[in-house]
Design a protein around this ligand. Structure first.
Ligand code: HAM
Length: 432
């Protein structure tokens, strides 16, 4: 057992796995650009208040799961547990309301939650999130929520279920909360301690409780739809109509109430059977009151956060193709000290020409260098000894066949590049 391990619930992503992340991230950057989203990067820490005011003082996320500390100047800071409040803080701080509206932003960023680790649940996870800030229209909800659905389809995951709900707004939610209290009142003693507290603070959250006992009681609760004001009901119809138009299948699920307080109207989650019932692939919705909670002017917004750790986990289970490993292409093998230093220069030249090249950093024998080339999966070895130096040549060895030819040292980079790119392996036959 090594002396130190990564903190509990946090993981190293090693070479071999990191290629999957890189490929997914590249796909996301491309997809987001196609939708007109621009990337935003916010600090990993924020003032704790940014989350307290928006996500909600009494939510599990803020109350139990945040990594909070005082810095040396006595400021109370928290590792970012989610992205939306941070993005809105940045939007207000930099006056992005003056830019052409709506503002469409996305991020791929680590989030930190001190939760009980289990499969697909980590204390550091990475979210791809996108936010449309400045449009109250249902088309914004449908557009931003369609994006992660298209991402799932694009990577080949089709066994997913989109669930939609509305959580009302400041006008109609109080009525619904009152109805929920009426419903839960005779059952309070049978609820878990958390839900007994939720009953007082925010009975909507009881609907989100994963404990079987609470869920059984909650199943009989009145659904929100009888309590939505006309505007919220019309908005929900609008979102549904847009989803229908896009041909995105969904079900309506009154238990999708989201665990964070800033939501208004649309709430959405997407599940995959492979993750188990408790774990969503992505979650999102509308948050028209969030800007005001941060001291800004009324500003509508809608977005989602997609757990990329979970996406990759499910992708692996469903046997999606692994992206190609961008290992080295060429190994420069040298014999003797003069050739070694010339080989060093040759490797540099090839790298500048765009060829993935490695050389010998351990002063090994030729046989050991060849073995190393083999183990790293190099396609070609370039052998350089005193003979080659004198003749101005290089011996080129095809690693797979062992076939050797002599080629000129001058102009070697373009010649190799041409040779390698002509025979580039492709993803064909790997599923995508
Ligand atoms: P959230 O539902 O708390 O929403 O998280 C979004 C997604 O992050 C989840 O659906 C899940 O895939 C992933 N996730 C959350 N916690 C973990 C964890 N401990 N381990 C692995 N994955 C996790 C938000 O954070 C909102 N900011 C989403 C949003 C954006 N709403 C509007 N805009």
């Amino acid at each position: 057992m090594p002396t130190f391990q990564a903190p509990r619930g946090m993981r190293d992503i090693l070479p071999g796995e990191v290629e999957r992340w890189q490929a997914l991230e590249a796909e996301i950057h491309d997809l987001a650009a196609r939708y007109g989203f621009r990337e935003i990067r916010t600090p990993v820490v924020e003032h704790t208040e940014v989350f307290q005011r928006t996500v909600g003082e009494t939510t599990d996320l803020v109350e139990k799961e945040m990594y909070t500390f005082s810095d040396r100047g006595g400021r109370l800071l928290s590792l970012r547990p989610e992205g939306t409040a941070a993005v809105m803080r940045a939007f207000l701080e930099h006056g992005l309301a003056r830019q052409p509206q709506p503002v469409k932003l996305y991020y791929i960023a680590p989030m930190f939650r001190y939760d009980r680790p289990q499969r697909g649940r980590y204390r550091q996870h990475t979210q791809f999130g996108a936010e449309i800030i400045g449009s109250p229209d249902p088309s914004a909800d449908a557009e931003v929520l369609a994006l992660p659905v298209r991402l799932l389809q694009q990577v080949g995951l089709t066994e997913v279920e989109v669930r939609l709900n509305s959580v009302g707004d400041a006008a109609c939610r109080p009525l619904y909360l009152a109805a929920l209290r009426d419903y839960f009142r005779p059952h309070v003693a049978d609820l878990c301690v958390d839900c007994q507290r939720r009953y007082e603070e925010h009975p909507l959250r009881i609907l989100d409780c994963k404990r079987e006992g609470c869920h059984r009681i909650a199943r009989g609760a009145p659904p929100v739809f009888g309590y939505l004001c006309d505007e919220c009901a019309a908005h929900f119809e609008g979102v549904r109509a847009q989803f229908d138009m896009l041909g995105i299948r969904y079900s309506i699920d009154p238990f999708i109430v989201r665990g964070l307080d800033y939501y208004t109207r649309t709430a959405a989650e997407v599940y995959s059977g492979r993750l188990g019932a408790q774990n969503a692939m992505f979650g999102g919705g509308r948050y028209d009151g969030l800007a005001e909670q941060l001291g800004g002017p009324p500003t509508p917004g809608v977005g989602f956060g997609f757990g990329l750790d979970r996406l990759l986990l499910v992708g692996e289970q469903e046997g999606l193709a692994r992206p190609l490993d961008r290992g080295i292409e060429v190994m420069v093998v040298t014999i003797g000290p003069t050739a070694r230093s010339e080989g060093f220069r040759l490797a540099d030249e090839l790298r500048q020409a765009g060829i993935r090249t490695d050389g010998d950093l351990l002063v090994r024998s030729v046989a050991a260098q060849m073995k190393h080339a083999d183990r790293l999966g190099a396609r070609l070895a370039l052998v350089l000894g005193d003979d080659e130096l004198a003749a101005g040549t290089v011996t080129l060895r095809e690693m797979a066949s062992g076939e050797q030819t002599t080629i000129a040292r001058a102009g070697i980079a373009p010649a190799l590049l041409d040779r390698l790119r002509r025979q580039e392996p492709t993803n064909e036959g790997q599923g995508r």
